[in-house]
Design a protein around this ligand. Sequence first.
Ligand code: FES
Ligand code: MG
Length: 578
Amino acid sequence: MAVKNLTPRRSHAWFGATGRSGMAHRSWMRNQGFGPDVFDGRPVIGIATTWSELAPCNAHLHRVAEAVKRGVWQMGAFPLEFPALATGETLMRPTAMFYRNLLAMESEELIRSNPLDGVVLLSGCDKTTPGLLMGAASVDIPAIMVTGGPMLNGKYKGQDVGSGTHVWKFEEDLKTGVMTEADLTYAEGCMSRSNGHCMTMGTASTMACMAEALGMQLPGSATWPAVDARRYETAERAGKRIVELVNEDLRPSQIMTRAAFENAIRTNAAIGGSTNAIIHLLAIAGRLGVELELNDFDELARPIPTLVDLMPSGRFLMEDFCYAGGLPVVHKELADAGFLHTEQITVTGQSIGANVADAECWNSEVIRTFTEPYQDAGTGTAILHGNLAPNGAVIKQSAATPELLQHTGRALVFDSPEEYHAVCDDPDMDVDPSDVLVIRYAGPKGYPGMPEVSNVPIPTKLLKAGVTDMVRICDGRMSGTGYGTVVLHVAPEAALGGPLALVRTGDTVTLDVAARSIMMNVSDEEIERRRAAWKPKDPEYTSGYAWLYVEHVLQAPQGADFDFLQGSRGHKVPRESH
Ligand code: FES
Ligand code: MG
């Protein structure tokens, strides 16, 4: 049934205009073959796609967009697809994270500057989901997200292999002689065998779940494989639903409230999700003026056990999660345990509690229960403080070695990941399994872009001796598919003269996760002496985007957004262009 609403919409300022201006807005659009009917006041729906062949995880989004368009047309509205920066994780250097804010800025401006009444956000690869949500939040017109879905499970020589997670494993297997280069080439095709994003519970799957937990995508959307027909059916439904959202005038700011973020944080704990979600959720909240801080991620997550047994923390992959019932089952479990704000409104127009009331679990090995969880409450992501990280740091306990969660060792300090990589294969490297590897100047300003370099490989000499994990500390991030006892997101970062810049090889460092503490065992007086002698590096960039980035990027506890992009700038129709 067609939905029409005669109230002048945003788009009416363009397409409903009279005289020269209206003609200019309409006539050029008709060069695409649209008849005059599409300008009759019906809602105009933008479809922001992060499609690109350079972002392989998003390479099928043009087909998803076609499904969305079907839904929009069925409702009598007018869909228009437009590209937004495809921040592909695997190719972009220095890191896709360096461009997340650019995508957010670009999508915000594209939505505002065009005749759009509502927008469907098509994302997939890690940074595309938060980037589009940040942009849409800052414009605050009705919006709905459709993530592109995970790849099918990787299958290598009879076993399931997970995106990213098995890259780290294969790298170790190559170093220890378990695999050959030829094995690796064969495995590449086995790991990525369909369209879609990483099918581990890495950052892309995590952020797809976060979008669903925040209420911004339809229930069940996060898990349909990219090639499953129901992904396209869901996209079509989203196309229909966005038109209703426009008519209901239900906006991101009403959906992504503090309660929705609390739901997302608890969901992330229950799914064993990526540490990157912390940074992205803080950045999205910052766009909406929702008070959220790093410690919330510890306090809210602490009573939540890990329910989902997925790599990198567990055994299964996204296809298994989907067939087990997907995220609605997790939400129902959280709701029944009293840990979901069930009344929070979502893009369905219903509450999240109502959305998942009938969810059923089809495989209790993949999705466990509160009473028999996969991992106990309190073993998820923890927030640390101490004289090494006065403004906080993050550790994913479920991806760490339990024996290392309380550990004192000698610091071995490297001023860049490259400096470490230059020596880590040396058979004579002066390193002991109890050492703590410090990798620094990898923060938002330092690298720049805060790349996923924190889980540096174990020195080859130790790997060959059977050492599988060591404590590592870094002001960068770790891939959501990664694992190890790695202290991440240390703030302030070394490039700002944070204490991480002052630790020296030979100092001892103590990690005590139970006490939520990360300390260098150096006296305050000595730290002050070192601080007085510390000099920042000469600025590397004096122009271009990199200059803008380094000048304006905030620290990890503020979501590494740009200072000038925090907050919402609304959807007021800009002045006429001609
Ligand atoms: Fe794109 Fe993992 S590389 S989702
Ligand atoms: Mg990643």
